[in-house]
Ligand binder design. Structure first.
Ligand code: HEM
Ligand code: ISQ
Length: 145
């Protein structure tokens, strides 16, 4: 069915929770990615010296990604569909990003936001985040050139 106002509000609240401590939650996010996919280290130059939450590049990239998931929920609620910039498609296609890598990033995102929202976590929030992420990932892949 359609993405509801409630689902959008839940995703928005998790974004607000992430923003309360971007360095801490960015570290949780990258650490989770590297646990599941150590080779991701080679994809991001700012991980060369490990997960350093005081590195502004590291936090900026994470904030951008989490912000796009929040935007995805807003697009789904407003239009029922997510559209990604062509540039977002071409950068991921050039880097050769695969479906299993999209799943690793999704799981890391869910784990991070679960920690950020604490006792406000619910199955409903988890599924709203999954829909917003999956639709965004599909839009990025659709924009592969
Ligand atoms: C670059 C978003 C999934 C690897 C970027 C950029 C954005 C972005 C906005 C532009 C640079 C930046 O500001 O960070 C997303 C979103 C994703 C996603 C929203 C999921 C829905 C992935 C996955 C991988 C990946 C699964 C591979 C593990 C990269 C790489 C770059 C990049 C290697 C280039 C980084 C650089 O060298 O500057 N992504 N991404 N992305 N993304 Fe993603
Ligand atoms: C994928 N694309 C852009 C930024 C990212 C930051 C952290 C992990 C994965 C990412």
């Amino acid at each position: 069915g359609a993405f509801t106002e409630k689902q959008e509000a839940l995703v928005h609240s998790s974004w607000e929770a992430f923003k309360t401590n971007i360095p801490q939650y960015s570290a949780v996010f990258y650490t989770s990615i590297l646990e599941k996919a150590p080779a991701a280290k080679n994809l991001f130059s700012f991980l060369a010296n490990g997960v350093d939450p005081s590195n502004p590049k590291l936090t900026a990239h994470a904030e951008k990604l989490f912000g796009l998931v929040r935007d995805s929920a807003a697009q789904l609620r407003a239009n029922g569909v997510v559209v990604a910039d062509a540039a977002l498609g071409s950068i991921h296609s050039q880097k050769g990003v695969t479906d299993p890598q999209f799943v690793v990033v999704k799981e890391a995102l869910l784990k991070t936001l679960k920690e950020a929202v604490g006792d406000k976590w619910s199955a409903e929030l988890g599924s709203a985040l999954e829909v917003a992420y999956d639709e965004l990932a599909a839009a990025i892949k659709k924009a592969y050139a």
